[in-house]
Design a binder for this molecule. Structure first.
Ligand code: UT7
Length: 330
């Protein structure tokens, strides 16, 4: 049995918030945001749009590209830190919206690494059943981060955006391998440097937690920056070594779109030239679990990737979690 990507899809809400718009909201400047992060604008969901609505748009586009119906999907993973509800899962809500009546459903919480965690689990599920029980698996990364951001905090509000992206992994009758090697890792010791401090069982919501703004994104930016570079470089080196692939054979390095300085640092340490690093964060900002899928969909629809290309995906996020997945496009 082989595995291929049968379809990709993405969705970004209509409303665009530019750096110049942010200049009117907090003490910042287009120049600071561009030079420190590479971001120029981000998309912001409408108040009535939930995470599953963004996921629905992306998943529908992937299903259409795959030329299948929602009923053909055997399993749905949704990666998000901005789920519609505590429960039921966003995957179940999405399943109902899609009419994917034959699928199992589960959410994944691995922050910005969520899509890669989802792909790893999907491939394990496909390979784990001798009877080829799970032929089509939908993996979605979807985020409405505008709800988690304190729009008065310039340290974080300039970084994030809303969006969703989907990938359909499909088993094939030939032996063609999509995933050549992969590594997903975490280190919970560093959980405090990137987190939402209140709203869970450790610190339930009270009037005080709301007054103290503990339901918004908390981030120690420089610590996250350092950890992100080290972890992604290490994971990428490991998957390349395991596959016997050298950096000069990599057609595209697709890192989580957090900050162009992080992306450049990762690329330079891996010795992958900048022109082979896929970047679209100037238009989307950091969309957490959606970010790598937004890149993949843009690459596929823009014919930027060809059969036989090595594509190295890598992500890093709260948890701390990180991952690298080396694809050979088929
Ligand atoms: O998906 C994973 C999650 N997050 C990340 O990957 C983020 C990782 N970290 C980063 O990308 C960077 O650390 C940031 C972009 C968050 C910050 O960049 P930095 O170069 O590390 O800046 P800094 O935090 O050292 O701040 C430098 C200065 C400070 O002023 P002082 O203390 O030097 O006077 C900040 O208060 O920049 C100030 N500053 C701003 N100024 C204008 C912070 N945010 C802003 C802002 N506009 N939006």
């Amino acid at each position: 049995m082989g595995i291929r990507i049968a379809g990709t899809g993405s969705y970004a809400p209509e409303k665009i918030l530019t750096n110049f718009d942010l200049e009117k909201m907090v003490e910042t400047s287009d120049e600071w945001i561009r030079t420190r992060t590479g971001i120029q604008e981000r998309h912001i969901a409408a108040s009535e749009q939930a995470c599953s609505d963004l996921a629905f748009q992306a998943a529908s586009r992937a299903i259409e590209m795959a030329g299948m119906s929602a009923a053909d999907i055997d399993f749905i993973f949704v990666a998000s830190i901005t789920n519609d509800k505590v429960f039921p899962s966003t995957a179940c809500i999405l399943q109902h919206k899609l009419g994917a009546v034959n699928s199992g459903c589960i959410d994944i919480e691995a922050a910005c690494s969520g899509l890669l965690y989802g792909m790893e689990l999907a491939i394990g599920l496909m390979r784990g059943h001798k009877k080829n029980k799970y032929r089509n698996i939908l993996v979605v990364g979807a985020e409405k981060l505008s709800n988690l951001v304190d729009w008065e905090d310039r340290n974080t509000c300039v970084l994030f955006g809303d969006g969703a992206a989907a990938v359909i992994l499909q088993s094939t009758d030939d032996e063609s391998e999509l995933v050549v090697s992969s590594e997903v890792k975490a280190d919970g010791k560093y959980g405090d440097i990137l987190q939402i401090r209140a709203g869970g069982s450790a610190c339930p919501t009270t009037h005080e937690t709301i007054d103290q703004k503990l339901h918004y994104m908390y981030m120690e930016g420089q610590e996250v920056f350092k950890a992100a570079v080290g972890a992604m470089v290490g994971a990428c080196k490991n998957v390349l070594e395991e596959a016997g692939v050298t950096p000069d054979q990599v057609a595209w390095l697709v890192p989580h779109q957090a900050n162009y300085r992080i992306l450049k640092a990762v690329a330079s340490r891996l010795e992958v030239p900048e022109e082979r690093v896929f970047m679209n964060l100037d238009r989307y900002g950091n969309t957490s679990a959606a970010s790598i899928g937004l890149c993949l969909d843009e690459m596929v629809r823009g014919n930027k990737v060809s059969k036989g290309d090595y594509v190295l995906l890598t992500a890093f996020g709260g948890g701390l979690t990180w991952a690298a997945v080396l694809l050979k496009w088929n």
